[in-house]
Ligand binder design. Structure first.
Ligand code: PEP
Length: 240
């Protein structure tokens, strides 16, 4: 398993349903990796192997999802064993798009995490509140429930990452204030003693103009980047 604690910052690119073969090759040629930090790219699953095969720049490769099942009659699914077989080291779980559009539940997030950790793949567990929940001051309550129900007992600060992604900030250009981000991360780290040393990433409209300030916050250990990670020049600045 990757030693997360040797990296001051972790940056994860989530390409979602974007990119193609020529995009990927051109992107990789232009990518400038700072090997002091941990940089992970999560392409659509059909390109995982392409990325692994051309990877000469010490990036890590992550999946955008994994099955809750280990094997069997589950058409269309990819197991954690198949991911590790292909040198995938990270996997997003519980992304808000999967929760909202594909009915992902906390129970399934937990099952996926267990399967991944058993294969020594690091789950990146995404949690976050809706705008309505934020406006009703429910952020802490919502995050506590997501954490309690989706993080398995076998998780620890060496085998699991948490990504705080306010749903209203994803793809909207809106972000919480720097103080709000830092205080939510600090709240997560103080839920229980065991969370104190977890790597907690922030995600939601991170771009080159705000990434260094966000990443410099005391309780932020890196960023999860969607839209801005598709522009390699922009991503190069974020990870530099
Ligand atoms: C995401 O989808 O995880 C994300 C952070 O998206 P964006 O950076 O585009 O807001």
């Amino acid at each position: 398993m990757i030693n997360l604690h040797k990296y001051p910052s972790i940056f994860i690119a989530n390409w979602k349903l974007n990119g193609n073969l020529s995009f990927l090759k051109e992107y990789f040629e232009k990518l400038k990796v700072n090997s002091n930090n941990c940089t992970v790219i999560c392409p659509p699953s059909i390109y995982l192997n392409t990325l692994i095969n051309i990877n000469t720049k010490s990036i890590f490769v992550g999946s955008q999802d994994v099955s809750i099942h280990k094997e069997g009659a589950y058409t269309g699914e990819l197991s954690s064993k198949m991911l590790v077989d292909n040198n995938v080291n990270f996997c997003l779980v519980g992304h808000s798009e999967r929760r909202q559009l594909f009915s992902e539940t906390n129970i399934n997030v937990k099952k996926k995490c267990i399967n991944l950790i058993e294969e020594k793949i690091i789950p990146v567990i995404c949690i976050g509140e809706t705008l309505e929940e934020k406006q009703k001051n429910l952020t802490e309550k919502v995050l506590l429930t997501q954490i309690k129900e989706s993080i398995p007992v076998i998780s620890n600060d060496e085998n699991t990452i948490i990504a705080y992604e306010p749903i209203w900030a994803i793809g909207t250009g809106l972000t919480p204030t720097f103080e709000e981000i830092d205080s939510v991360h600090s709240m997560i780290k103080s839920i229980e003693k065991k969370f104190k040393n977890y790597k907690i990433l922030y995600g939601g409209s991170v771009k080159s103009s705000n990434s260094s300030k966000i990443n410099a916050l005391q309780n932020v250990d890196g960023c999860l980047i969607g839209g801005a990670s598709l522009k390699v020049d922009e991503f190069n600045i974020i990870i530099s």
